[in-house]
Design a protein around this ligand. Structure first.
Ligand code: ASP
Length: 341
């Protein structure tokens, strides 16, 4: 019988009403009865990693969670992580980098209503997650609303609907329909697809280091360029900028591109993304993009904001060498960006 570990971190799925509003409160052991209903023929074990609203889940928690998963991954066929939905996509993205090449499925899920609620989506999402975890498909995934999404492609796009997550600029890895759980293995990242489970088990080398000196900055008309200088002074080593449209940045009057150039000259990595959710950047179309490229930015292309920021943090944790940093960021490490764009 396949062994699956359910690691609970909190969020709405485990929430209860309190005088301070909804708070995570149900322990994973107390969910066992419900979880057993959706996982006949599987041996489930549960563990409480923590019990927090995901607004209170921090980068050090990503690393500790990745360490815990790496510690136990050889004892289970798959691992489910129950997580609050608000920052779930940041966690699934960072786990994708830290646990790159993991030989088993790690499936992050949550819900929009507590498992204690009679009409909740919680059990349906857990059902998708548990069965994906038992699928033998290696990698980090998100299971939500009968969809399986690559962990580094997920984004929360709705605040209330059950269909809260989408796979951005990438097909769903799987779907649950009347045909059962259908997984499209052809969309697994090459690092997982091309190796046998034995090869993955031998080669798996998690990397937990990251830098907390990465910043996410959203441009708006009139933004003061000096903000870049302040970030450099504050010791930030990387900035992910959500630019306009294709990733463009202003250079007249309030010359933001010049400020970016100053930051790059001082060794800061600037990753240029878009405020648009879909289709990614192309800085070679407009003067506003070409000038940013000349200033030394690296294009985020089709990465989600969650993947771009966590990748920047992770890469800055691996090396200080500007050329290696660029190479990592421009490479498709785990399905987060299309190569050879
Ligand atoms: N505030 C909750 C959280 O992210 C929302 C949820 O889980 O749906 O922990």
């Amino acid at each position: 019988m396949k062994k699956i570990l359910v690691l609970n971190t909190g969020g709405t799925l485990s929430s209860i009403k309190s005088e301070h509003g909804l708070v995570p409160g149900i322990r994973s052991g107390d969910m066992m009865e419900e979880l057993r209903m959706i996982s006949k023929n599987l041996q489930l074990e549960t563990e409480d990693f923590c019990s927090v609203d995901s607004s209170n889940f921090f980068p050090e928690d990503w690393a500790a969670l990745a360490v815990r998963i790496a510690e136990v991954c050889r004892e289970y066929h798959g691992i489910v992580v129950i997580h609050g939905t608000d920052t779930l996509a940041y966690t699934s993205s960072m786990l994708s980098f830290m646990l790159r090449g993991i030989p088993i499925p790690v499936v992050v899920t949550g819900s929009q209503l507590s498992i204690a609620h009679p009409v909740a989506d919680a059990l349906e999402n857990c059902r998708g997650a548990v069965h994906m975890a038992a699928s033998g498909c290696p990698g980090v995934f998100v299971a939500f609303n009968r969809k399986i999404i690559l962990g580094c492609r997920a984004s929360k796009v709705r605040t209330m609907s059950f269909d809260a997550f989408e796979s951005i600029n990438y097909p769903n890895i799987g779907e649950i329909s009347s045909l059962g759980l259908h997984i499209r293995r052809e969309y697994l990242p090459p690092a997982c697809r091309d190796k046998t489970p034995e090869q993955l088990r031998e080669s798996f080398q998690p990397r937990f280091a990251y830098s907390d000196r990465a910043f996410l900055l959203k441009l708006y008309p009139g933004i003061a360029p000096e903000i870049m200088d302040h970030l450099v002074q504050a010791g930030y080593r990387g900035v992910y900028i959500e630019g306009f449209g294709l990733g463009d940045m202003p250079f007249l009057k309030h010359n933001f591109v010049e400020a970016v150039h100053r930051a790059v000259e001082r060794g800061v990595t600037v990753l240029a993304g878009s405020q648009c959710l879909y289709e990614g950047t192309n800085l070679t179309v407009y003067e506003t993009g070409l000038k940013a490229l000349s200033a030394g930015v690296i294009e985020a292309r089709d990465m989600t904001a969650e993947a771009a920021l966590t990748k920047l943090m992770w890469v800055l944790g691996q090396t200080n060498d500007p050329q290696k940093i660029r190479r990592y960021l421009e490479q498709n490490l785990t399905g987060e960006r299309v190569q050879g764009w």
